[in-house]
Write a protein that binds this ligand. Sequence first.
Ligand code: NAI
Length: 434
Amino acid sequence: ETSYVKNKVKDPSLASWGRKEIELAEAEMPGLMSLRAEYGPSKPLAGARIAGCLHMTIQTAVLIETLIELGAEVTWSSCNIFSTQDHAAAAIAAAGTSVYAWKGMNEEEFNWCIEQTLFFGEERKPLNMILDDGGDLTNMVFDKYPELVAGIKGLSEETTTGVHRLYERMKNGTLPIPAININDSVTKSKFDNKYGCRESLVDAIRRATDVMMAGKVAVVCGYGDVGKGSADSLRNAGVRVIVTEIDPICALQAAMEGFEVKKLGTAIKEADIVVTATGNCNIVREEHFRALKDKAIVCNIGHFDNEIDMAWLNNAYGSTKIEIKPQVDKYTIDGSDVIVLAEGRLVNLGCATGHPSFVMSNSFTNQTLAQLELWTNTDKYENKVYTLPKHLDEKVARLHLAKIGVELEVLDQDQADYIGVPVEGPFKAEYYRY
Ligand code: NAI
């Protein structure tokens, strides 16, 4: 076991800048701030030692400080080597929390950082809660530190890809603790994945390349929640968008939205920009790289870096990589250039600052409610994957209405009886799809 390191960030002097941005973000995160007001005084998370592994951004800093305000001790690492905002990490370190995260770490450092979060303080007390995004922390605990599992009350998982891993474990009988699937709260996947990417995808491509978006042709691979937001992001910037899908329902949705739907092999020749959003592997491969126009931009907004065949680009074809600037690389394939962003890792966090605070407040209010639920009602949960009950999903949404001036109608008793719901909700059946 390694010796105790209190924290590790790129540059502690960035803390005051980080703190100023955290204060701005708080004003855009009404869900988290109202949980602080509601639960801060009673400290229901007292005794919880939450290890978190989630992009160490300004928004995440507000989540961390909410968990602390509710009584938890927290350690943190980032779930992607490029996604840390160094000023956010510095501010969290300066406030006394053990954070191990910096932008541009390597894989070995990435694992080292996660490992540091498992043990708290000089006494090296082990974690007793997991808050994860993508499952890397979860897998490290389950596979490498199984002796810690007995002391852990539960885990909450942020994203589609991590949630897939958990359901697989449940199916195989290898899920050793209760888990809450944050992603499939309506107020997460139908907001963060969709409206978040609608803001952050084009932002990332612009910051990385400054390319004129209007008039270009983009291919978006995958038309799930992230694909829907990504396609909209590009369309709103004046880009002509072509979608690829395997699922006839999502393909039909894309077509009804007015997007062309083609096979990647067909669309690739026209593409100025290719974005993968499938959560699947091997989407953009050799034959596609060879068919691309000169100076085409290729990037991924899914969780892992296996959507684009980086191994072929980096090794199999021969090394043609030239760094334009960090997270922007040029490769030359058969005489024409391909611009690859963030080495194929999720582009909105690698080349920009991820989603805006307001949408992340929805996701992180779900996260906080899940941690509260697992910590305070442990006995209610078996070693299964759960989603939060609908009344909490509705609560998350409700907490975000006033900030943007939304007025809600209120049912009278006759109306409530007529549609068969309680006056105060929940307003929809479980099978309703939004
Ligand atoms: P989803 O399951 O809603 O959508 C994925 C879509 O890709 C599905 O409709 C599926 O049919 C399609 N697909 C699968 N294989 C395909 C193939 N070979 N060709 C074309 N389409 C294919 O998942 P969601 O929520 O959209 O997430 C996608 C990825 O993005 C996941 O890895 C998730 O973890 C990640 N994510 C990233 C965020 C970010 O900020 N960058 C935010 C939220 C999620």
